[in-house]
Design a protein around this ligand. Structure first.
Ligand SMILES: Cc1ncc(COP(=O)(O)O)c(C=O)c1O
Length: 399
C-alpha cells in the first residue's frame, strides 16, 4: 500500500528496536541488562497515585478543556515561578500528552516549509524527525567531545541563516547529561539577541536532575531580552517518575499557545483527565521528597564513571545531570571477532547485545556515531554486572 512521503522521511525510534532485541533475547531465556531505558527506575510516588484514584472515584473522567484543567495550568505557573523565577499566566500554558507532544505541537504551530531549525548534536533522537514531520529543515550544529558536547556561540552564529526559525536547546542533555551553566547560556544569548527572528525551544525535561550542587538555569532566565522568544518544554515524566502518565507542558507567548491549543484541539483534544489530576498533586505537593532521586542518580554516576575508566581506550565526558552517559568507543572500530567487524556504534551495540547481553543505544541515533548511550537508571548490582560484561566482551575483540 502506498504510504505518504512524510512517513517515508522519518525513522522508527532507535530505542524501540533495542528494546525489541532485548525482549527477544529475554524470551529465549537469556538475562539481558538493559541500559537502554529513558526513564527513572522508581515507581510514581503514592500520593500522586492516590490523587489519580481519587479523580476516578469523584467522576473526573470526562473531556477537559483542550489545553488542560485550570488547576493544572495554575500549578504549572506556580512551579515555573518557584523553579525558574519567571511569571506566567494560564494563557501561556498548554498541557499535552508528554513533553514530546508539547514539542510536536510547538513545531507544527511555528514551522513552515523552508524554515530551518538548529539542533545541536548529539541530540535527543526525536528532534530531527519531528522537525521533518513539520515540513521544516533540521540543521545539525555539531558539538564535539573536546567541547564537552556544549554548543559554542561561534558554532551557533555560523549555523544561523535568514531561514532560521528555531533553536532547540536541551539541558541537561539526553544523551550526554551535559548542562548549560549561566556563562555558557549568556554567551549563546549574546548571539541570539542579535538574531531577532530566532525563537528558542528550551527542552527542560531533566531540569531537576542536576549534580554537584548545580542550580537550574535556562536561556530565558539569563537574558531578559530573550524571554518572549523562549518556549519552555517540561513535564512530569522524569521529575516525578510519571513517564507512563503522559503529561507535559509548553509555556510561552500566549498567541502561540492559543494557536498550539487550536492545533491540539484537532488532533488529540485534552491529555488524560486522570493524569492531569495526578499531575496537579505532583506539582502542588511538597517538592523536597521528589528531589531525592537526583541524589541517588548522582551516587550511581560516580560508580558508572569508575567502571567506564576501567574500559581500555574508552573516553567519557562527565555528565552534570540526567541519568545517561555517552562514552566514546571509537577505538574499537575496525576490530573483529569471529569474522564480525565493528564498523560503528550500531555494530558495537549489536555486538554488546550478543556477547555481553547488555542493551545500550548506538550513538548514530543521537547524531554521534563514536558513542553509545547508557542509561544508568538501574540498580547498582545491574550497573556493575553490566559494565563487567561489557569489559569482558571488548577484551575479545582483535585488531
Ligand atoms: C530530551 C527529551 N525531551 C523530551 C522527552 C519526552 O518526554 P515525555 O515522556 O514527557 O514525552 C524525552 C524523553 O525521553 C527526552 O529525553
Amino acid at each position: 500500500m502506498k504510504l505518504s512521503g512524510r512517513i517515508g522521511r522519518i525513522k522508527p525510534l532507535a530505542t524501540l528496536s533495542i528494546n525489541a532485541k532485548a525482549g527477544a533475547l529475554k524470551r529465549s531465556g537469556v538475562g539481558v541488562i538493559n541500559f537502554g531505558a529513558g526513564e527513572p527506575d522508581y515507581d510514581t510516588p503514592q500520593n500522586i497515585c492516590d490523587a489519580a484514584t481519587q479523580s476516578v472515584h469523584s467522576g473526573r473522567t470526562r473531556y477537559t478543556a483542550v489545553g488542560g484543567v485550570d488547576e493544572l495550568k495554575d500549578a504549572v505557573c506556580r512551579i515555573i515561578e518557584a523553579d525558574y523565577g519567571l511569571r506566567f499566566e494560564r494563557e501561556s500554558v498548554l498541557v499535552s500528552c508528554g513533553a514530546k507532544h508539547a514539542l510536536y505541537n510547538l513545531f507544527m504551530t511555528l514551522l513552515d516549509h523552508g524554515d530551518e531549525v538548529i539542533i545541536p548534536s548529539p541530540y535527543w533522537v526525536s528532534y530531527p524527525d519531528m522537525v521533518e514531520l513539520a515540513d521544516a529543515k533540521p540543521v545539525i550544529a555539531g558539538c564535539s567531545q573536546e567541547d564537552d558536547f556544549i554548543l559554542r556561540p561561534e558554532v551557533l552564529d555560523k549555523a544561523i541563516t535568514a531561514n532560521t526559525r528555531l533553536l532547540i536547546l536541551n539541558s541537561p542533555s539526553n544523551p550526554t547529561g551535559k548542562y548549560y551553566g549561566p556563562g555558557e547560556l549568556k554567551a549563546l544569548a549574546e548571539v541570539l539577541v542579535r538574531h531577532e527572528n530566532v525563537l528558542i525551544a528550551s527542552d527542560d525535561i531533566y531540569y531537576r536532575i542536576l549534580f554537584g550542587g548545580r542550580k537550574w538555569v535556562n536561556l530565558g532566565m539569563v537574558e531578559e531580552k530573550l524571554r518572549e522568544r523562549v518556549f519552555i518544554i517540561n513535564g512530569v515524566s522524569k521529575t516525578y517518575c510519571m513517564t507512563g502518565w503522559r503529561i507535559g507542558y509548553l509555556v510561552g507567548d500566549p498567541a502561540v499557545i492559543k494557536a498550539a491549543t487550536d492545533f491540539q484541539s484537532q488532533v488529540t483534544s485534552n491529555a488524560s483527565s486522570i493524569s492531569q489530576w495526578a499531575s496537579v498533586e505532583a506539582l502542588n505537593s511538597a517538592q523536597e521528597g521528589y528531589t531525592q532521586m537526583a541524589l541517588a542518580f548522582e551516587k550511581r554516576l560516580k560508580r558508572v564513571m569508575e567502571l567506564l575508566h576501567e574500559l581500555p581506550e574508552v573516553t567519557c565526558t562527565a555528565p552534570d545531570g540526567a541519568f545517561y552517559v555517552f562514552p566514546n568507543f571509537s577505538a574499537y572500530f575496525g576490530k573483529k571477532l569471529a569474522g564480525r567487524t565493528i564498523n560503528g556504534s550500531a555494530d558495537l551495540a549489536d555486538f554488546l547485545m550478543d556477547e555481553a547481553h547488555v542493551a545500550a543505544v548506538p550513538g548514530d541515533a543521537f547524531g554521534d556515531d563514536n558513542c553509545i548511550r547508557f542509561s544508568y537508571a538501574l540498580s547498582m548490582e545491574e550497573i556493575e554486572a553490566g559494565f563487567d560484561a561489557v569489559k569482558r566482551a571488548l577484551g575479545k575483540l582483535q585488531n
